[in-house]
Design a protein around this ligand. Structure first.
Ligand code: URA
Length: 281
């Protein structure tokens, strides 16, 4: 059987996700010591150290639960500063200004704009993506490029628009150079801002768009493929009650893997049903 026949066979057998970037001979792997497994996901390339993105099979970044990397004093200081600024912000405008004034991340220096948010600040649903790309960096608006167009189309099918009922942000506010995935340290540094962002918007529901946001806020040990289609819960330290959380495939992943749109469609229906049930839509 050649590779194409093998792939076709797997699809016919109902395989609906890949579990690694490169093929693995499980029979050989079984003889090797354990420790090199890869958890898959989408959008950009997961990194411990920054790697260029776009084509590589995505992996979840290790952020909070599965690894506790020793932090350099610079990273610890940046996190402490972000916490201090986030705690002090009493409104979304103050938080935006705090993020804009923050200079604890090197990627801010290579970015053109701080990309804070878009959409309706009274929206019941808050969408959190990964990081600004080239278009977002140029415009200062999250999800304004090709993947943003697909996101808008997806949301439009269930009656959600930025003007009316969606508020959109990312897990980091500056474009990582070369469009690489954010590093765990960058995610940790921005995290207090994201946590406060959620509390200040106080949405009825959070939706994490893609593997990076899901790993950063929900669970970094399980792929989006496993978390999608259900609701979860997220508690920010800046708010008393947890928020219900839905998970969507990242639109840039769907652009590269159109077969997965079928599952994404299902996820959107589930989201709409829950929002209708909660009288949010
Ligand atoms: N991808 C994201 O995750 N966020 C953006 O703002 C743009 C592309």
């Amino acid at each position: 059987m050649n590779k194409t026949e093998l792939l076709k066979f797997q699809l016919e057998m109902g395989a609906d996700e890949s579990i690694g970037h490169t093929p693995v001979n499980r029979l050989l792997a079984a003889k090797k010591p354990v420790g090199s497994e890869t958890v898959i996901e989408e959008s950009r390339t997961a990194t411990k150290a920054p790697t260029p993105s776009a084509t590589a099979e995505p992996t979840m970044p290790a952020t909070k639960k599965s690894s506790t990397p020793a932090l350099s004093s610079n990273v610890s200081a940046a996190i402490a500063k972000a916490k201090e600024l986030a705690s002090a912000a009493k409104t979304l405008e103050e938080l935006r200004a705090a993020v804009q004034s923050f200079d604890g991340l090197a990627i801010k220096k290579t970015a053109t704009n701080t990309v804070f948010s878009d959409g309706n600040r009274h929206a019941p649903v808050m969408f959190i993506g990964e990081a600004p790309g080239a278009n977002e960096d140029a415009e200062g608006i999250p999800f304004c490029g090709i993947s943003g167009k697909l996101l808008d189309t997806m949301l439009g099918t269930i009656g959600i628009t930025r003007a009316e009922n969606a508020y959109i942000t990312n897990t980091i506010f500056w474009r990582p150079p070369g469009n690489r995935r954010p590093t765990p340290e960058e995610l940790m540094i921005c995290r207090p801002f994201v946590e406060k962002h959620i509390a200040l918007l106080n949405p009825k529901m959070l939706v994490l768009v893609g593997g990076t946001a899901t790993a950063a806020l929900l669970d970094d040990s399980v792929s989006v493929s496993r978390l999608r289609g259900k609701f979860h819960s997220y508690k920010t330290p800046f708010a008393e009650n947890p928020y219900p959380v839905g998970v969507l495939f990242h639109p840039s992943y769907l652009l590269r893997s159109p077969l997965q749109k079928r599952l994404a469609w299902h996820d959107l229906q589930i989201l709409r049903d829950r929002l209708e049930q909660d009288k949010v839509l």
